[in-house]
Design a protein around this ligand. Structure first.
Ligand SMILES: *[C@@H]1O[C@H](CO)[C@@H](O)[C@H](O)[C@H]1NC(C)=O
Ligand SMILES: *[C@@H]1O[C@H](CO)[C@@H](O)[C@H](O)[C@H]1NC(C)=O
Ligand SMILES: *[C@@H]1O[C@H](CO)[C@@H](O)[C@H](O)[C@H]1NC(C)=O
Ligand SMILES: *[C@@H]1O[C@H](CO)[C@@H](O)[C@H](O)[C@H]1NC(C)=O
Ligand SMILES: *[C@@H]1O[C@H](CO)[C@@H](O)[C@H](O)[C@H]1NC(C)=O
Ligand SMILES: *[C@@H]1O[C@H](CO)[C@@H](O)[C@H](O)[C@H]1NC(C)=O
Ligand SMILES: *[C@@H]1O[C@H](CO)[C@@H](O)[C@H](O)[C@H]1NC(C)=O
Ligand SMILES: *[C@@H]1O[C@H](CO)[C@@H](O)[C@H](O)[C@H]1NC(C)=O
Ligand SMILES: *[C@@H]1O[C@H](CO)[C@@H](O)[C@H](O)[C@H]1NC(C)=O
Length: 469
């Protein structure tokens, strides 16, 4: 193996020199620079998964010309153990199939400020990314203090004072304040905390990305998009414990997110807006998405005064079920809520939502709940087949307002529960109920004793169906 690797390296090195030479001689003549390709092996990386390759990787990055374009190759086979890797403008990590960037598991592997705890981090950079068919691995299992099939107990680095609570763990990949971000053809494996985090960034393309998080680890979100504009996510595969695709607003609004052709399984929400929702969410589109065995399908947890509008969900297949209630979610295929997080919070409105071509097989109904000053406005449900039945042993009978608000409230569930809504159109919707549990719940529509104005039902039908069993 070693010999073959060494031999394979000579032509590669020559190629790099050639490209370098070509770049140097041609750069002054050409409007578009030829990309530089640098291998971390040429900078002393060993890739044995035991010795840290941090210095080699960073040195390769630092040898990239200002502004790039520059690809940093991680050749296969190899496990490149590293402390935080800092990207700069023009640098794209190119992790070959069979190669892995392995995140360090020690506090000293990460910067001082917890806001910068990532295995791979780009700050205020443009034209940056990761690609190549390989893996970035957060070694999450090394952060587990105690395994628990309900929810693992995790390490928290809060004792240093860098952060508080039990969520002090490093994220996997972060782009903060970046422009032109490309994450493509890469597997993100076992993040210790959030996986792929985009913050205050713009023009983001995420394609052919697979995310695998442990199903019992809390907070291992898939993709968190925060305060960012013009994001396109296409062909993703996400199988993780916590929220899979999670737009948030903390310091600024979020506009123009498109998510298409994805497959999702999670013990929390497949798609969730919030709960951080201080600014507006506008013009989001989700199309052709398959959601299996998740605790919640399409969710809105608006809690902090930001307004949501112009959101489309089309061609979506949802299967939701109950899990341990320690995890947010109550098997709702669709969950749209706006309420003040606590007594100091503002209420945000949610308006102009379209759900079209939706199929759901679920253990619970749809929950639509605005609040007095946080109305749900102009919701449309068109072409939907909803099938309700129970197949897990977890008890139902709870309405879930978490986080904050009224928390968990005992109440029988309904096919569609509605409160504080102004404008609702339901068209071509078929609601079917399993005969097995008809004695327990088959209440198709419930209007809570609060405003529900301007509603229309056209071609809506609800009834029992005879299960094959
Ligand atoms: C990135 O830009 C923000 C906003 O200008 C600034 O606060 C932050 O210090 C910058 N970060 C780095 C690492 O330069
Ligand atoms: C630190 O995290 C642990 C859980 O790992 C938690 O029990 C403890 O309360 C946290 N301490 C602080 C100061 O937040
Ligand atoms: C996103 O667009 C909005 C509206 O134009 C703007 O206020 C905000 O600063 C933009 N955010 C970023 C990160 O570019
Ligand atoms: C969002 O997209 C719309 C329509 O394509 C465009 O007019 C608007 O400028 C975009 N806004 C941002 C902040 O990207
Ligand atoms: C929908 O997405 C799946 C991947 O999840 C893909 O295989 C399929 O071709 C897509 N369908 C359409 C109509 O694009
Ligand atoms: C949300 O809309 C309300 C009513 O129009 C407005 O008062 C409030 O400022 C908006 N919130 C944000 C964060 O812009
Ligand atoms: C719902 O079921 C009907 C009858 O089986 C079918 O014609 C229709 O296409 C289905 N709609 C969706 C959105 O799957
Ligand atoms: C909904 O499904 C119908 C029938 O399959 C299709 O013609 C229509 O284009 C779909 N609508 C959207 C918005 O995808
Ligand atoms: C009633 O709701 C529909 C959509 O559900 C909306 O298009 C219409 O403008 C609303 N009418 C009034 C008078 O609010």
């Amino acid at each position: 193996m070693g010999k073959a690797k060494a031999l394979a390296h000579i032509p590669l090195l020559l190629l790099h020199l050639l490209i370098l030479f070509y770049f140097i001689s041609a750069t002054s003549l050409r409007p578009y620079p030829i990309p530089i390709i640098l291998s971390v092996l040429d900078f002393g990386a060993v890739g044995n998964g035991v010795n840290y390759d941090t210095a080699a990787i960073q040195s390769a990055i630092n040898h990239c010309p200002t502004g790039g374009p520059c690809y940093i190759k991680f050749p296969a086979p190899g496990k490149y153990l590293t402390a935080t890797v800092f990207l700069k403008s023009g640098v794209v990590l190119d992790v070959e199939p069979g190669a892995t960037i392995l995140g360090g598991t020690k506090l000293e592997d990460y910067p001082k400020e917890s806001s910068r705890w990532y295995v791979v981090l780009a700050e205020n950079a443009s034209d940056v990314g990761i690609r190549g068919g390989g893996v970035v691995d957060g070694q999450a299992m090394k952060f587990v203090v105690r395994k628990d099939p309900r929810k693992n107990v995790m390490v928290s680095w809060n004792q240093t004072g860098a952060c508080l609570g039990d969520e002090c763990r490093p994220r996997l990949v972060g782009f903060l304040g970046c422009k032109n971000v490309i994450v493509s053809d890469i597997t993100l494996h076992e993040p210790a905390y959030w996986c792929l985090h985009l913050v205050r960034s713009e023009d983001i393309s995420i394609e052919d990305v697979s995310i695998y998080g442990d199903f019992n680890i809390p907070n291992n979100d898939g993709i968190d998009i925060e305060d960012s504009n013009k994001t396109v996510i296409n062909r993703c595969h996400i199988d993780t414990g916590d929220d899979a695709i999670c737009p948030k607003t903390s310091t600024g609004p979020l506009y123009n997110l498109t998510v298409t052709n994805c497959w999702i399984r999670t013990k929390s929400s497949a798609i969730k807006l919030g709960s951080a929702s201080w600014f507006d969410f506008k013009h989001l589109l989700f199309d052709n998405i398959t959601i299996v065995d998740s605790h919640r399908g399409l969710g809105f947890q608006i809690r902090d005064g930001g307004n949501v509008s112009d959101i489309v969900y089309s061609n979506i297949n949802i299967r939701t079920r109950y899990y341990e209630p320690l995890w947010w979610g109550r098997a709702e295929p669709i969950y749209v809520t706006s309420c003040p997080r606590d007594s100091t919070s503002k209420e945000g409105t949610i308006s102009d939502l379209l759900f079209i071509n939706i199929t759901a097989n679920s253990e619970n109904g749809i929950f639509l709940s605005g609040s007095r000053r946080g109305l749900l406005r102009n919701l449309r449900f068109i072409n939907m087949n909803l099938t309700y039945r129970r197949w897990t042993k977890y008890p139902g009978g709870l309405i879930d307002y978490r986080p904050g608000c009224q928390e968990l409230v005992k109440h029988n569930t309904a096919g569609m529960m509605m409160e504080h809504i102004e404008g609702l159109e339901v068209k071509n919707v078929e609601m079917r109920w399993s005969n097995q549990h008809s004695g327990q719940w088959n209440n198709p529509l419930e209007f809570r004793p609060s405003t529900v104005n301007n509603i229309s039902f056209l071609n809506f039908h609800s009834g029992l169906y005879m299960s094959r069993k």
